[in-house]
Design a protein around this ligand. Structure first.
Ligand code: FES
Length: 181
């Protein structure tokens, strides 16, 4: 009886040892796996995180006071043209789509199929060379196939500087009213 008990006790000890060794290995493997997954996720994050120069290109600052009355300047933002027009009293007026006072700031991309419209200073309209679409000095579509006005890019006003790519309160108000597209 005593021998059997010893064997039973020894067997239990061995089983406990096996269990604890197996548990240890499982925990160790789990720990290494967690470290590995964490490392992979961090590497992916660093890969996807935009480079500093790309981040800098995400916003563009432009002093709109440098635009003379009646003049159009084209600013490049994220590789796309943005029209900055300083309207004169003889042009179509549009307080609701002005980024500030007499300034129209719109994407220079036709809302029909993406061509770049030309500013026709004599007619005071943008004319799209692809299918003849036309926009007034506020960027509103007035003729041809364009289905909607020229888009207003996200912007923030800081004094006489406009920051393209940031949503300031003026832009948010326009957006709420559905005036940015
Ligand atoms: Fe401008 Fe068609 S792309 S009218």
């Amino acid at each position: 009886m005593i021998i059997i008990n010893k064997n039973l006790t020894g067997g239990k000890v061995m089983a406990d040892e096996k269990m604890s060794r197996r548990d240890f290995l499982l925990y160790a493997m789990g720990g290494w796996a967690a470290v590995g997954v964490g490392g992979v996720l961090y590497a992916m994050y660093k890969t996807w995180e935009p480079l500093p120069e790309v981040k800098a290109q995400a916003t563009v600052s432009f002093d709109i006071s440098t635009v003379q009355p009646g003049e159009l300047k084209v600013v490049s933002w994220r590789g796309k043209p943005v029209f900055v027009l300083r309207r004169t009293p003889d042009m179509t007026q549009c307080k609701d789509r002005s980024v500030k006072d007499e300034y129209t700031v719109v994407m220079g991309i036709c809302t029909h199929l993406g061509c770049i419209p030309n500013w026709e200073a004599d007619k005071k309209i943008w004319h799209c060379p692809c299918h003849g679409g036309e926009y007034d000095a506020c960027g509103k579509n007035i003729f041809g196939p364009p289905p909607r006005p020229l888009d207003v890019p996200p912007f923030k006003i800081q004094g006489s500087t406009i920051v393209l790519g940031e949503e300031g309160p003026e832009y948010k108000q326009m957006k709420e009213k559905g005036l940015t597209t």
